[in-house]
Design a protein around this ligand. Structure first.
Ligand code: ADP
Ligand code: MG
Length: 89
C-alpha cells in the first residue's frame, strides 16, 4: 500500500518558484495497477521520486505499508529495494 497525503513539491529556479506537485493525495492498494499520466512537465517523475525519496516533498506525507516514510529510523534503502523505477532516459 502506498498512501500520499497532500503532497506539495516546489523547486526554486533562479528567481522563480516552480510548483511541480500541487496538493496531490492518493492511495494505491497492494496489487493495484495505476497509471499516472499528464503532459510533459506536469510532475509525474517528481511524484515518483518523492515516493522513493530521491526528492524530498516540500510538504505532505507519504506512507508505504502504513509506515511514514520520513519517520526517524525508517530504512529508506529497504523501501527502495522494493520500489523499482525505470525512467524514460
Ligand atoms: N530538479 C529540478 N529542478 C528544478 N525544476 C524541476 C526539477 N525537476 C523537475 N522540475 C520542474 O518540475 C516540473 C515537473 O517536472 P517533472 O516531474 O519532470 O514532470 P513530468 O515527469 O510530468 O514530465 C517541471 O516544471 C520541471 O521543470
Ligand atoms: Mg517524467
Amino acid at each position: 500500500m502506498i498512501r500520499i497525503e497532500n503532497i506539495n513539491k516546489t523547486f526554486i529556479v533562479g528567481a522563480h518558484v516552480v510548483k511541480a506537485i500541487d496538493n496531490v493525495s492518493h492511495e494505491v492498494s497492494k496489487g493495484q495497477v495505476v497509471v499516472v499520466r499528464g503532459p510533459s512537465g506536469s510532475g509525474k517523475s517528481t511524484l515518483l521520486r518523492c515516493i522513493n525519496q530521491s526528492e524530498t516533498n516540500s510538504s505532505g506525507k507519504i506512507f508505504i505499508d502504513s509506515i511514514d516514510r520520513k519517520r526517524k529510523g525508517v530504512n529508506i534503502n529497504k523501501i527502495r529495494a522494493e520500489v523499482g523505477m525505470v525512467f524514460q532516459s
